[in-house]
Write a protein that binds this ligand. Structure first.
Ligand code: F0G
Length: 458
């Protein structure tokens, strides 16, 4: 069979609302051209994020009813702990309400002024938590990872030479841990190979630097390894995941991605002393160690979700969905970040809108235009998200790339939703030369993209 189908049938549906172009113009103005400020009800197809937006399965909903809501020693926690230990082999499992809470605990303990944290690419909340602690976040992905058009099977890989150079330059005592984000969300959702993770571990071990994995999309990354890396074709995705984590001293995870849950996350690690400190911090900020930031029912949904995310029919469908969207956008004329990852397609907004300089946010301009066209919501991953303004001069250092991400919620949209989306984006493509840049009229110091206000540059 050539056609890859959704490996599920639909038991429950949720209506989506159409708006008129005139309504959308008003809505967009009211939201100051920031799609984070638009009500979800006013969106037709919501590709803002794949985080917390999955459709849960019947088994997950059944798990919700089985949640043990005991304050201490909940049965659901032990199931949660067992499941995560089975996949990661890590000794201590600390539940948090989502990924960034795990990051916050980790960097509160290990970050701080003078410290340097390397990563292939820090996700925005990871970078923000590193910087909030006073430490410096450094991105060390391979050169191929910077060029959207370059084809490479593992474009999310860390540049091991740059990692060695960094350690030599700043000294291992200033690097309390290194991270690797699988898949590399802020670098086009590209996977990282096992050879690369092994190489990282080898370098870091020589300098006694722990390796932590940002594991949000570990199942998708593991499936790419199965498909693309020599020697892994016959291994199960679970075995591949287990090998990945065998090189890790710890991980942070947002279960809102490959946990197939609407909320949740965890920090897992081997170091006993650090784990005790993390649990103390957890009690202060999240909750008692057997629930952290979660209800028992949330942990049950994650236990089942982690199992389902490793199902190879599901992963095959998941990757096929992204490939299909990528193909449609390519046909419409867009340059996309090649090759397609699993959770999203990234449009190269700078290539599409060469007349808009990075300081006028081509990605934000495109995102606004997509909403106007058909109520589609996507997210800018460019200078709005990663540009850095010098607090004194007000000058802005743009991001490396100006991308727009169309994230695909798990098990939510069908092929005809994607066909519709492609038709709408074709219209946007056809009038690209008339699209105008944006300027920021209000911003905050951290994570400004969530609340920034924009105006069109006339
Ligand atoms: N790390 C990565 C790689 C992520 O993609 C995210 C979230 C986080 C950490 C933080 O997890 O949201 O549970 O606190 N990414 C979402 C996204 C928000 O849209 O890509 P969280």
């Amino acid at each position: 069979m050539k056609t890859i189908i959704e490996p599920f049938k639909i038991k429950m549906v949720e209506p989506i609302r159409y708006t008129t172009r005139k309504e959308r113009e008003e809505i967009l103005k009211g939201a100051h051209y920031n799609l984070f400020m638009v009500k979800a009800e006013d969106i037709l197809l919501d590709l803002l994020t794949d985080s917390g937006t999955a459709a849960m399965s019947a088994s997950q909903w059944a798990g919700i009813m089985l949640g043990d809501e005991s304050y201490a020693g909940s049965r659901s926690f032990f199931r949660f702990e067992n499941q995560i230990k089975k996949i990661t082999g890590l000794k201590h499992v600390i539940p948090t309400h989502q990924g960034r809470a795990a990051e916050h605990i980790l960097f509160s303990l290990l970050g701080g002024k003078g410290k340097v944290i390397p990563n292939n690419t820090h996700f925005d909340t990871t970078r923000a938590n590193v910087e909030f602690s006073g430490a410096e976040a450094v991105d060390l992905y391979i050169d191929e990872g910077r060029i959207p058009s370059v084809d490479h099977p593992f474009k999310g890989n860390m540049d091991l030479g740059k990692l060695e150079d960094l350690i030599k330059r700043v000294g291992s005592d200033r690097i309390p841990l290194a991270m690797v984000t699988i898949t590399n969300n802020s670098g086009g959702g590209q996977p990282v190979s096992l050879a690369n993770i092994r190489g990282m571990k080898e370098i870091l071990s020589r300098h006694a630097i722990p390796l932590f994995i940002d594991a949000c999309r570990f199942a998708e990354n593991s499936y790419f390894i199965k498909l693309r890396e020599d020697g892994y074709g016959d291994k199960s995705v679970l075995e591949i995941a287990q090998e990945i984590f065998s090189y890790a001293d710890g991980c942070t995870m947002s279960a809102k991605k490959d946990g197939l849950a609407n909320m949740g996350g965890f920090l897992a690690l081997n170091d006993d002393v650090l784990a005790e400190r993390a649990r103390t911090h957890l009690i202060l900020t999240e909750g008692f160690p057997t629930y952290g930031g979660l209800a028992g029912r949330d942990m049950e949904a994650i236990v089942v979700g982690l199992e389902e995310a490793l199902d190879e029919h599901y992963l095959e469908y998941r990757l096929a969905s992204a490939r299909y969207l990528g193909k449609k956008l390519r046909q419409a004329g867009f340059d996309i970040f090649e090759p397609p990852g699993a959770h999203a397609i990234y449009i190269d907004a700078q290539a599409l809108l060469p007349h808009i300089p990075p300081t006028q946010y081509p990605g934000q301009a495109l995102v606004a235009e997509m909403y106007l066209e058909a109520g589609i919501r996507a997210v800018e991953i460019g200078s709005v998200m990663f540009g850095r303004r010098d607090q004194e001069s007000g000058q802005e250092k743009p991001a490396d790339l100006e991308l727009v991400r169309l994230a695909i919620p798990r098990r939510v949209y069908t092929q005809s939703h994607v066909d519709f989306l492609a038709e709408a984006l074709q219209n946007v493509y056809d009038r690209k030369d008339a699209i105008k840049g944006m300027k920021i009229t209000h911003e905050t110091q951290y994570l400004r993209h969530f609340t920034a206000k924009f105006e069109r540059v006339e």
